[in-house]
Structures are given as structure tokens and as C-alpha cells.
Design a protein around this ligand. Structure first.
Ligand code: FAD
Length: 450
């Protein structure tokens, strides 16, 4: 124990469980692990690390541990797992969550009230880490990125001070946190807006993957004239035969279209008709509560070993669909579990007033390839296929990258326009000039970054 925070050191019984990342492919060997239970304990741990000459890597469960590429002996791993909890005020449509709260904890409160936060594909992912990286999810075409719905954050800075950041207090820090990642301090609480979801019709169509070419071409044409209330992601799926995978898709190779419509079933049915006319083998569409969005994508609920990579595309002509099919469809030999295409547009195009560092995602499509790395020998094949997909889509690549869909160490300049990156560096230098915090996607101090 250290000022209330649990400290775990190598050789102790809890060493392996406390350093384990959600991404089981990553072996983290930090100097020690600290598990503070509140903001005061976080401040004590930050002070201890600084005095001990250690850097601090903050992690909820380690969904993005791949980008850290294994923290080492110069780093204290600060796990936020004891700081859970969520509160909502349904009247003002506001939520407040702890550092390690997952989307499922928030939606358990919000969904029965007909409200939703801007969660992504997985109910299991941490709200804070997801939001600091931007946060693209099912309601993004209607309401934008999760980071731009944040109204306040409580943060322990590098000098151990607990500050409140919002539009009035610490406005530059507040700006940087919203899409600039975890380089600026330890977020101990986050407050953000919720959105009314009175009607929601969502589900998936699935066809055997022999139909990949015609389904993806039809989807590409279908998405060209959709209202912002309709979100849709298409994917090529090779589902492993694991017991916790839903029975209808277990062990199958499929082409899948998922969609969520903010509105009534009848209107959704009209919009979806061109896809239903393709006679999917599975049709799970139904009127659902907002909480169902955290499960629609069938993400794993328990830790798994994986590698992932995504791209932002400025267009998706028919030739790009052919490239996707060749890289990851039938006959490709691809070992990837999933290659998906997310339709962007709508509210993602324009920066909302008072936006944060990731002000918009003004591109046409977001891709995500994922492979399971069941043992280290599989890594070259998975990473090689992710590179192959990336190269195949290169002609339509925007040149910009989305931080949450990159899980290897990367030059973070690729995530932002140059002026945004410069400002992030200035904020980093102001709040953490000694580069104490080691984020999954680090922003270097202005002086260090040149
Ligand atoms: C199954 C799965 C599905 C996903 N789906 C989506 C999706 O639909 N949309 C999307 O945008 N992203 C998605 N992601 C990516 C996800 O948003 C990122 O991996 C995100 O970083 C996860 O946050 P975490 O806290 O769960 O992970 P962690 O690895 O614990 O944290 C990631 C990083 O966030 C920072 N951080 C976390 N907590 C704090 C804190 N309290 N204070 C300061 N910094 C902190 C740190 O820099 C840390 O390295 C998905 C990831 C997975 C594994």
C-alpha cells in the first residue's frame, strides 16, 4: 500500500494479474503496478513515480496496450480499475463516470431512460480511454465523436494537482484531452452529454462469404444516400469456432452488414429494403434499447490476443471494394477475423462549436482490420495481412489516421492537422514538461518534438 493506493511489485502474488492487458498478445513488464482508488491516491502515486524517476503509463484494462508495445522497467503502470462508477442526470442529460467505467456500466443506467452516450462497438471498452482517443460509434453520424460531447474532466496533472478542466477552467487542457489522448494527466472523472434515443431499430444481415463481392458492391451503392439517422458498417467475417460466439455465426465465414437506425421500424424497413432484397441468410433486425448497441458488433467480452489496424478513406469507388475483396475475401487466404468498413459523414464532417483537438472526422469511410494472435508465431501472418489490406486501399487513403484504430507505436502527427499537433505539443509542454505520462499515442513536448 502507498497512501491508500495498492502497489504491486514483481514477485508478488498479484503481479501477473495486475500487469495483464486486455490485449493478451501484449506482455507488460513495468517497474511496478499501482492501483489507486480515488483522485487523492492517484496524486500520491504520480508524486511517488516522479520522485522515483519513473514514468507513468495510465491504463484502465489495456484495450490499447499494443500501442504502448509493452511498458518496461522505466515505467510505473497506473491501473485505474478501482475507480469505477457512473451517475446520470436524465433531466439535464448528463453523465459522470470514473476513470475505469466501461460503456456497459453507463448504458445500464442510461438505456432504461431512453438515453445513450456515444459508445463504440463494444460495451466492454473503457469510456475514458475511448473518449480521449476520439470515440467513433453507432451514433456518430447523428451526434459526432464522443470527445466532442465531453463537458468536463477531473485530472491529476504531472505535479500531482487535481484540476477541473472545462470550457472556463483550464480550457487548453480541456481542448487537448478531447481527442488528444492520455498525454496530459490522469483523468479521474469525465462528464459528458447523453442523447435521447426514443426509437432504435438495429441488427445485422449476414450472407455466406461467397456472396462478398455482390453484397459489398450493393452496400457501397446503398450508403450513398442515407440520412444521418442511419449508421452502417459492412464487414467480412471469419468467425472462430469459440463457445462464447453466438451460435448462428460460430465458425462461419460471412459477409455482414450491420446498421442502427434512430427512428421507427417502418421507416428503417423502407431504407433497408435494397439489402433485404438480397435475401440474407440471417436477419437480426429488431426494435432494441440503446444498450443493445454495445453488442450488435459481437465484439469479444473477455480479454483476447489481437492485432488491429484501420484507415480513413476519402472515397470508396467500386475498385476499392474489389481491392477489399481481393485482400480479405474468399480466395484471399486472409487469416483476419474481420475487415470492416464504417460509413462516416453526417455530424462527423463539421467541427461542432467549441470542439476538442479531434474536431471532426471529415472522411468518407473508416476501416478496421482485426486478427486474433492466438500464439506469437501467428503475429507475422496477421500483421502481414493488415499491411496487405492497407496497401490495397492506399489509393483511397486520406493520409490521416484515427488514433483509436492504431494499436502499434506510431508517429502521432498522422492523427492531426499540423496546427492541431503544434497546439497539442504546447499544451503537453505546459502540463507535463518532463514527459512523465506515457500515453498509448504520445504527444511529445514542443521542445522535445521540435
Ligand atoms: C474490442 C474493441 C472494440 C473497439 N471499438 C471501438 C470503436 O467502436 N470506436 C472507437 O473509437 N474505438 C474502439 N476501440 C478502440 C478503443 O477505443 C481504444 O483501444 C481505447 O484506447 C481503449 O480505451 P481503454 O481505456 O479501454 O484502454 P486502455 O488501453 O486501458 O487505455 C488506452 C489509453 O488511454 C489513455 N487512458 C486511459 N485511461 C486514462 C485515464 N484515466 N487518464 C488518462 N489517460 C487514460 C492512456 O493513454 C492509455 O494508454 C475498440 C477497441 C477494442 C479492443
Amino acid at each position: 500500500m502507498f497512501n491508500g493506493a495498492e502497489l504491486v511489485e514483481r514477485g508478488e502474488e498479484q503481479w501477473d494479474s495486475s500487469r495483464a492487458a486486455w490485449n493478451l498478445a501484449i506482455d507488460q513488464q513495468p517497474a511496478m503496478v499501482a492501483r489507486p482508488g480515488d483522485a487523492d491516491e492517484v496524486a500520491a502515486v504520480v508524486g511517488y513515480a516522479r520522485e522515483s524517476g519513473l514514468r507513468v503509463a495510465v491504463q484502465a484494462e489495456g484495450h490499447s496496450a499494443g500501442a504502448l508495445a509493452g511498458v518496461g522497467a522505466d515505467t510505473l503502470l497506473l491501473r485505474t480499475g478501482r475507480m469505477t462508477g457512473a451517475e446520470i442526470d436524465a433531466d439535464s442529460r448528463r453523465a459522470r463516470v470514473g476513470a475505469a467505467t466501461k460503456w456497459q456500466d453507463l448504458s445500464a443506467l442510461a438505456s432504461p431512460q431512453g438515453l445513450a452516450g456515444l459508445s463504440g462497438s463494444s460495451a466492454e471498452v473503457g469510456i475514458v480511454g475511448y473518449t480521449l482517443g476520439g470515440g467513433h460509434g453507432w451514433l456518430a453520424r447523428k451526434h459526432g465523436l464522443a470527445c466532442n460531447s465531453v463537458v468536463g474532466a477531473e485530472v491529476v496533472t504531472a505535479d500531482g494537482e487535481l484540476v477541473r478542466a472545462n470550457l472556463e477552467d483550464e480550457p487548453d487542457l480541456f481542448w487537448a484531452l478531447r481527442g488528444g489522448g492520455g498525454s496530459f494527466g490522469v483523468v479521474t472523472a469525465l462528464e459528458f452529454e447523453l442523447y435521447p434515443v426514443p426509437d432504435l431499430y438495429a441488427g445485422m444481415f449476414a450472407w455466406p462469404w461467397e456472396r462478398t463481392t455482390d453484397v459489398l458492391h450493393a452496400w457501397r451503392e446503398w450508403v450513398s444516400a442515407l440520412p444521418n439517422e442511419m449508421s452502417t458498417w459492412a464487414r467480412i467475417l471469419q468467425v472462430p469456432p469459440l463457445p462464447d460466439v453466438p451460435e448462428p455465426v460460430r465458425g462461419r465465414a460471412l459477409v455482414v452488414v450491420e446498421a442502427a437506425y434512430l427512428g421507427a421500424e417502418e421507416a428503417a424497413g423502407e431504407l433497408l429494403r435494397p439489402l433485404r432484397d438480397l435475401e440474407p441468410e440471417l436477419d437480426t433486425f429488431a426494435v432494441v434499447p440503446p444498450a443493445a448497441l454495445g453488442y450488435l458488433h459481437m465484439d469479444p467480452e473477455d480479454p483476447v490476443p489481437f492485432a488491429l489496424s484501420g484507415q480513413l478513406l476519402d472515397e470508396l469507388p467500386a475498385a476499392a471494394i474489389d481491392a477489399v475483396v481481393e485482400a480479405a475475401g474468399p480466395d484471399s487466404g486472409s487469416p483476419l477475423l474481420s475487415l470492416e468498413l464504417r460509413l462516416l459523414g453526417g455530424a462527423l464532417v463539421q467541427a461542432p462549436p467549441n470542439a476538442g483537438a479531434l474536431a471532426s472526422l471529415d472522411h468518407a469511410f473508416l476501416t478496421l482490420g482485426v486478427g486474433m494472435v492466438m500464439d506469437p508465431d501467428m503475429a507475422p501472418a496477421i500483421n502481414g495481412q493488415l499491411d496487405l489490406v492497407s496497401n490495397a486501399l492506399d489509393p483511397w487513403d486520406s493520409g490521416v489516421t484515427y488514433a483509436n484504430f492504431i494499436d502499434v507505436p506510431t508517429d502521432t502527427r498522422r492523427f492531426y492537422p499540423p496546427q492541431t499537433f503544434d497546439r497539442l505539443q504546447e499544451v503537453k509542454a505546459r502540463y507535463d514538461r518532463d514527459d512523465l505520462f506515457r500515453a498509448n499515442h504520445p504527444i511529445p513536448c514542443a521542445a522535445a518534438g521540435g
